[in-house]
Design a protein around this ligand. Structure first.
Ligand SMILES: CC(C)(COP(=O)(O)OP(=O)(O)OC[C@H]1O[C@@H](n2cnc3c(N)ncnc32)[C@H](O)[C@@H]1OP(=O)(O)O)[C@@H](O)C(=O)NCCC(=O)NCCS
Length: 171
């Protein structure tokens, strides 16, 4: 799939390795990328986990339908980072009259490519795409290291949320 964001997007000196090739570009995620999307979402879990396979199986048709939108940062064929959003048919609210809410997820940058502005560029692409669809509310669960990034993009902590989790039974 081609997209207006399939274009060179960044080039800067690596803080760790001056002179290292740090050119990268963004491309839209396609359904064949489902496993890589799942790996980004489960970056802190074992590579062979059944959960990863389950997530890839779930997300593949949603990438196809547009219910999941995502971008990768790439250098050639190599995926350096990714970010995406699930579009939730939430219903109209005062703040979001269009009724579609976006849950940001699967935000990950390879350790060798951090602090080069890649996650910010990916999130800009995701936010811009969703806003063009009429989405006016975004939420996410943030890791401590991603807080400053999200805050700089306009996200703020929102205390009123609660949740209830039913314990998962072992299969
Ligand atoms: C969080 C993460 C995605 C950031 O990726 P990145 O490509 O390095 O982010 P960027 O270079 O676009 O950072 C943009 C800004 O975010 C902030 N930021 C990024 N990483 C940060 C860190 N570790 N500590 C503090 N601020 C940070 C900075 O303000 C940074 O701008 P600066 O480098 O000019 O100071 C990356 O560290 C990562 O993959 N971490 C593990 C997975 C994870 O936590 N994902 C988020 C799930 S909610």
């Amino acid at each position: 799939m081609s997209d207006s964001r399939d274009r060179p997007s960044g080039s800067s000196d690596s803080p760790d390795n001056p002179g290292m090739e740090t050119k990268w570009s963004l491309r839209r995620v396609v359904s064949a990328d489902a496993e890589q999307v799942a790996a980004h979402g489960q970056w802190n879990e074992p590579a062979s986990s059944a959960r990863r396979i389950a997530y890839a199986t779930w997300v593949r048709p949603r990438i196809e339908s547009g219910a999941y939108v995502g971008w990768f940062a790439i250098q050639g064929e190599v995926v350096l980072a990714g970010a995406g959003a699930i579009l939730l048919d939430w219903g109209p609210t005062r703040a979001n009259p269009g009724g579609v809410m976006a849950r940001i997820n699967n935000v990950f940058t390879d350790v060798h490519w951090r602090r080069l502005g890649i996650a910010r560029a990916l999130l800009d692409a995701v936010l811009e795409h969703c806003e063009a669809l009429g989405v006016q509310e975004f939420n996410l669960g943030a890791t401590p290291e991603a807080h400053a990034l999200y805050a700089s993009l306009g996200f703020e902590a929102y205390a009123p949320e609660m949740r209830r989790r039913v314990p998962v039974r072992a299969a």
